[in-house]
Design a protein around this ligand. Structure first.
Ligand code: DGJ
Length: 728
């Protein structure tokens, strides 16, 4: 009975739709909304590009409101829940107007909606990136009601899908195990991906997804929608499959304990939801996001990333100037370009010699570094490198001068409740503008006093937990989650405005801050504290589904690995770190002389091939999740003139020797020379090393790469040969 009612309801609405149609389009995709005679706005299509939209309003096969609201009849997941100033909880949004413009390859659309009865407004803003096939959406909510309005839900995006079945891929894990892939077929009900941790929000679950329609996600087949929320705070992405087998997606800030009141004239702006659709699998969807990020959502996305040596795993807290200089000597000898001094360089009354004290006191430790930072910078520069430094400016140890001087700046539960410590530290209240200025000032002082600092590693090692702000009014405590993230973003923004060109790394106990919001203000992220190359195969595989390799810091560390104890060859460690922004994180003196020689040539090689890795398109060939023990990827320059192929064996499998690789993304009409690089042994891993082979053969015939044991690897350069035709 209910089913019949819903069908009749949809038919009724469908019949009401008139010709007012809003077409948001990129080169290969269309998102279409139709306005009914009554002024309701419905999603008509999200999928492949429509050359003409004529008649779309007549063929409504399913209907979802553009921004479903609570209180107008629906019992499903909604995008907005409001308590209006007169106590009404019903919101019914109607079309007012819309405008569109296209400039510089971006089509901007704003759809203005208003509540039927009250002066409550919702503006839906879309930016459609023509070449990249990415659509970015956010929402601006405002009102002119008599008193304050309380928002209990405020999504960035609502989209409906209609298919026979839905397969949701999401990326989750834990500390040192970030971005592992889970895929599940959705059954009726609601599945949500969310966090309530406030800070370091991507450590366990990432605000991104792949939705595959009608079949499990495949790299090269089937319709997929890939999305990610650009937000550093709590998020929730929910997917509801209803009794009509429709899937309603609602994504945005997590409404958990986050009611937000706004006064008349105030604007509540939601974070951006980034979406891409592809009709032939998820690999191209990833490429869309990578290309878009490099062009629009990553600091200096078109600039080569330098090779870093970070002091953490080589020295931890245990160093002085002499030890650092010895590390700099080794780094320079191997060809490293930036030396980064990690945790432990600051604090005097409470020296930062472990994670127990000193956090918050950003003065150089006079005992460890009596000649100061400039002396280290001088030395680094004499060695031909640049200097970078670690900070964790949102945090404070109770044992610090900062905690003594400004206890009110700490996020805390009221009534003297015991603070909950994580890693012996607490969090500063970035909802407070004074704290924002303090945090900005830490970096501002460092960069203005030491103008040759070229790189800042920004760490954050705990969640919110002690929920409460001495700055926010008692009736606005629930604003903390959102105001913290906005405060943090405003500090990032100010720093980028003042210091363009300084490289920023977003780190948060490893991969706790891997999102498109922090990425907009940074150059790279630390994907994980786990530097074991075997583990990294999985972490980088998941991470690079959404986020680009150029921004994925990947470091070669010691064997046995500090996190897992696993032993691996230096070649394997380099070959895995080659997949992102290469760096090192060890004490160079711990390497044997022949290992130093090997590292030197590997670094030299990476410098030659990094344009392909950092600016090329990433094609996933063989997943480490599949059970044949192999993983392989190749990167291809956009003009298809050069590719780098990487093949790894990660565990023993009896079919190992029979595994074949088929490359992707090459020009099938061209000839390529394939050459093995970074060889550790004389014998190449393929029988046709240095030979000329057609792109078509490399992609379609499949060839054997001779990796016989687990944790072996091979890297190849595949270069177009000009002046010869592939026809024979
Ligand atoms: C956690 C980071 O992920 C590490 O790389 C390192 O910077 C430590 N913090 C330092 O405390």
């Amino acid at each position: 009975m209910q089913k019949i009612f819903i069908v009749l309801f949809f038919l009724f609405i469908g019949a009401q739709i008139n010709a007012q149609v809003i077409h948001i389009e990129t080169k290969n995709t269309s998102l279409v909304f139709s306005v009914s005679k009554k002024g309701k706005v419905y999603q008509s299509h999200y999928g492949g590009h429509l050359k003409s939209i004529k008649g779309i309003e007549k063929i409504q096969s399913y209907i979802s409101e553009i921004y479903p609201s609570f209180g107008n009849g629906s019992s499903d997941e909604v995008a907005v829940i409001v308590t209006h100033s007169d106590g009404t909880m019903a919101t019914d949004l109607f079309y007012q107007s819309h405008e569109q413009k296209l400039s510089d390859g971006v089509q901007e659309t704003v759809v203005h909606l208003k509540d039927k009865k009250l002066p409550f407004f919702v503006d839906l803003c879309f930016r459609a990136y023509q070449e990249e096939n990415v659509i970015e959406q956010n929402v601006v909510i405002s009102h002119q009601e008599k008193g304050e309005v309380r928002l209990d839900q405020f999504a960035s995006s609502a989209l409906a899908f209609k298919a026979e079945s839905y397969y949701l891929t999401h990326f989750n894990g834990s500390w040192a195990r970030e971005m592992h892939i889970s895929e599940e077929k959705l059954s009726n009900g609601v599945k949500s991906i969310e966090t309530r941790r406030g800070v370091r929000t991507t450590e366990y679950e990432n605000p991104s997804f792949v939705m595959a329609l009608n079949q499990a996600a495949s790299e090269d087949n089937g319709e997929v929608i890939m999305g990610a929320l650009a937000w550093m705070g709590n998020y929730k992405l929910s997917f509801q499959v209803d009794d009509q087998e429709r899937c309603q997606f609602i994504g945005g800030i997590n409404l958990f304990a986050s009611a937000y009141t706004i006064s008349a004239g105030e604007k509540f702006e939601t974070p951006r939801m980034i979406l891409t659709y592809n009709s032939s699998g998820k690999n191209q969807a990833s490429i869309n996001l990578h290309r878009w990020a490099r062009k629009y959502n990553l600091q200096d996305g078109n600039a080569i990333r330098p090779i870093v040596l970070n002091s953490w795993e080589g020295a931890y807290f245990n160093f002085d100037a002499a030890r650092l200089k010895e590390m700099m000597d080794g780094a320079a000898e191997m060809g490293v370009e930036i030396f980064v001094l990690d945790d432990g360089w600051f604090g005097n009354k409470y020296p930062r010699n472990s994670d127990k004290a000193g956090l918050g006191d950003w003065q150089v430790n006079r005992k460890k570094l009596p000649a100061g930072i400039d002396n280290l910078i001088d030395y680094t520069e004499r060695k031909g490198m640049k200097f970078g430094i670690w900070v964790e400016p949102e945090m404070v140890n109770p044992k610090s001068e900062l905690a003594e001087n400004h206890p009110e700046w700490i996020i805390q539960r009221k009534n003297n409740r015991e603070p909950i410590l994580t890693r012996n530290q607490l969090l500063l209240d970035l909802a407070n503008p004074k704290v924002q200025d303090f945090v900005f000032g830490i970096i501002d002082n460092l960069l203005s006093e030491h103008s040759r600092i070229a790189y800042i590693k920004w760490d954050a090692n705990r969640h919110i937990q002690n929920f409460g702000s001495t700055f926010l009014d008692d009736d606005k405590q629930s604003h903390l989650w959102i105001d913290y993230s906005r405060g943090l973003e405003s500090v990032f923004f100010r720093l980028q405005e003042k210091y363009p060109g300084i490289i920023f790394q977003a780190c948060s106990s490893g991969g706790g801050r891997v999102d498109f919001s922090s990425m907009k203000y940074t150059h790279e992220f630390w994907a994980s504290d786990d530097t074991d190359p075997y583990e990294r195969l999985f972490i980088q595989w998941g991470t690079n589904h959404i986020y680009p390799p150029i921004a994925t810091a990947a470091h070669v560390t010691k064997s046995p690995n500090h996190q897992t104890g696993r032993e691996t060859s230096l070649k394997f460690r380099f070959d895995v770190a080659f997949g992102g922004r290469l760096g090192m994180e060890l004490r160079p003196d711990d390497l044997e002389p022949e290992q130093v020689d090997y590292a030197k040539s590997a670094i030299k090689l990476y410098k030659e091939i990094r344009p392909v890795i950092q600016f090329g398109d990433l094609y996933r060939l063989q997943s480490p999740y599949d059970s044949d023990g192999f993983a392989s990827i190749n990167y291809v320059l956009p003009d298809k003139s050069e590719a780098i192929l990487m093949v790894y064996s990660h565990e023993f499998h009896r079919r190992m020797e029979r595994a074949v690789v088929k490359m992707k993304g090459l020009d099938e009409d061209a000839l390529y020379k394939i050459t093995e690089l970074n060889k550790a042994a004389k014998r190449p891993h393929i029988v046709f090393d240095n030979q000329i082979i057609s792109g078509s053969v490399l992609m379609n015939t499949g060839f054997k790469v001779n990796l016989k044991k687990p944790l072996e690897s091979a890297v190849f350069k595949v270069e177009k040969v000009t002046g010869e035709s592939s026809a024979n």
